[in-house]
Design a protein around this ligand. Structure first.
Ligand SMILES: [Zn+2]
Length: 66
């Protein structure tokens, strides 16, 4: 069972649409989807891996820019 919830104020990193991002989760994973352009992004990678060589790669920016 997938739960979906719009994230208020979130901007899509793909198309820039606001309030079109859904946070989706099921039993063992979490991801976000843009209903405007179809972008899907995984959210359940651990943010701080032991040997984080991809430290520069931010997960997702979901905060509104104001
Ligand atoms: Zn989009």
């Amino acid at each position: 069972m997938v739960k979906r919830q719009f994230i208020a104020g979130a901007t899509c990193p793909g198309c820039g649409a606001m309030d079109r991002i859904q946070r989706c989760s099921d039993d063992d994973s979490t991801w976000m989807e843009c209903v405007a352009c179809g972008l899907v992004r995984d959210l359940d990678q651990p943010p701080a891996a032991a040997d984080a060589t991809d430290a520069n790669e931010q997960t997702v920016t979901l905060k509104p820019r104001r």
